[in-house]
Design a protein around this ligand. Structure first.
Ligand SMILES: *Cc1c(COP(=O)(O)O)cnc(C)c1O
Length: 393
């Protein structure tokens, strides 16, 4: 099939999966069908809209019970959650932190906020997450474990942690990654911003690392408007996270004494109210999203050159964003498809520009990034709002 014929065929199949509407179909829209109005109104009626109020505690408790994480600390957004996670490890200025090339820029920015240096690593084609086998070989080549920790022999700096990202909601291969982290004395930080409702071998993502970050941005599976959360099973780190995200103020009835440079990162009650209502509906959102994913998967099962990005064999994914991989996209199929789908009101998106191609991160230390480079040109994200999977009523 030539390029134009292939693009036409993909577009036809997308139209068969998606509903007929006269307005553009967004990449990911929130679904408000539960108690959102009631809970938000309760905040307004009682005056508890800001950084104190019981919706924040209820939201945290509900998230802990859903994910199985022992402690949950809600924050203003996912980036703030990631930044807090890194301060907890703690990442120190001048440290290097391993970060996959294929991620949203916030993952690397959080490292920079700590005065640390992202060290960019390659992705695996089956998970879109960090490739454990390439990473193991690479570290064996460039790093040395000493009493100071893991030292990058090329830069002389300490490599302190690895941030694993569950890309598009698909869990990365946690077991071999943890083996590497143990071998090289790295803390594992999970960027689970996209993976609420995704499980690795039956365990919820964000509960494997030292700490993890979730996001509740407007385009994520569950939204609080803007919001995030730190997850951890460690009581000391949890207390530290709560302290750091509330300007490190020492508890007292009226005094303003702060024992560290903290952050104003606490989630407001208004956002938590929206989030709590969203969480009540999460199981049904996940069913709708899997239904949509199954329909996309069936629609593209037999089209040569086009692969639906399915959950890895060891995982159950939330299918936050459905995606197609256009193998051998060197001839521009992907870009033509972006063009044609937008003309048809189907608002697809490419994957992110790889980190080492971003102006701010082009000089970072990195390994060969062949898979990430390839995936960045081959993958296209498809409209994935839960309601596109049909109604649950
Ligand atoms: C959304 C996202 C973030 C940041 O979350 P915000 O709530 O937008 O700050 C971080 N990492 C990844 C992989 C994300 O998708």
């Amino acid at each position: 099939m030539n390029r134009t014929a292939l693009v036409t065929e993909v577009l036809e199949r997308l139209k068969r999966v998606l509903p007929v509407t006269d307005r553009p179909i967004a990449l990911h829209e929130p679904t408000f069908v539960g108690t959102e109005w009631q809970y938000v109104k309760e905040c307004l009626d009682t005056g508890w809209v800001s950084s104190v109020g019981n919706f924040v505690d209820r939201f945290a408790a509900e998230l802990a019970s859903f994910t199985g994480a022992k402690y949950v600390i809600p924050t203003v957004n996912g980036t703030a959650a990631l930044h807090t996670c890194l301060k907890l490890v703690p990442i120190e200025p001048g440290d290097e932190v391993l970060v996959p090339a294929l991620t949203f820029i916030a993952t690397a920015n959080a490292v920079s906020y700590c005065g640390a240096i992202p060290h960019v690593v390659d992705s695996a084609p089956d998970t879109l997450g960090v490739d454990p086998y390439k990473l193991g070989d690479y570290l064996a080549d460039i790093a040395e474990v000493t009493v100071e920790g893991c030292i990058n022999r090329r830069t002389g700096r300490r490599i302190r942690a690895l941030i694993g990202v569950h890309v598009l909601g698909h869990p990365f291969d946690v077991d071999p990654i943890q083996t590497i982290c143990r071998r090289f004395r790295l803390d594992l930080v999970e960027d689970a911003a996209e993976s609420l409702g995704s499980y690795y071998k039956g365990q919820h993502t964000g509960t494997f690392g030292t700490v993890a970050a979730l996001s509740f941005n407007g385009n994520k599976t569950v939204t609080t408007g803007g919001g995030g959360a730190v997850l951890t099973n460690d009581a000391t780190l949890a207390a530290r996270a709560a302290h750091l995200t509330t300007v490190a103020k020492q508890p007292h009835a009226w005094r303003y004494d702060h024992d560290a440079i903290g952050y104003n990162y606490r989630m407001p009650n208004l956002n938590a109210a929206l989030g709590l209502a969203q969480l009540e509906n999460l199981p049904s959102l996940l069913v709708q999203k899997r239904t949509l994913a199954a329909r996309y998967q069936a629609a593209f099962a037999d089209l040569p050159g086009v692969e639906f990005v399915a959950e890895p064999v060891f995982a159950k994914s939330n299918y936050w964003l459905n995606a197609l991989r256009l193998c051998d996209a060197t001839d521009g199929v992907r870009d033509e498809l972006l063009e044609k789908t937008h003309q048809a009101g189907i608002l697809t998106r490419p994957l992110w520009t790889a980190l080492h191609r971003q102006q701010t991160y082009q000089d970072c230390p990195r390994m060969a990034l062949t898979t990430a480079e390839q995936l960045a040109t081959e993958v296209i994200n498809l409209p994935s709002s839960a309601h596109l999977g049909g109604s649950n009523e």
